[in-house]
Design a binder for this molecule. Sequence first.
Ligand SMILES: [Zn+2]
Length: 78
Amino acid sequence: MTALTTQARETIKNWGWTERTTIAGYTRHYFGDHGWGGDKCGCVDDRCIGYHHDERDDCQCLPAWLDDYVKASRDGVR
Ligand SMILES: [Zn+2]
């Protein structure tokens, strides 16, 4: 299992304004009980770094995934 980078973890934890976003919740939303299966940048695609962006660059996918997660949580889908 890939570990998330510190930056990705901070981004996830600080994402929500009214909703609380957690790494556990984010992981569970996309991977159920299997644990994190995405890339360490926070993208749920496990081949993001080196494909969508360089390792040193911010992930452009993560905000979109987080948005989807927050919207789904708001609708009561977990
Ligand atoms: Zn990425």
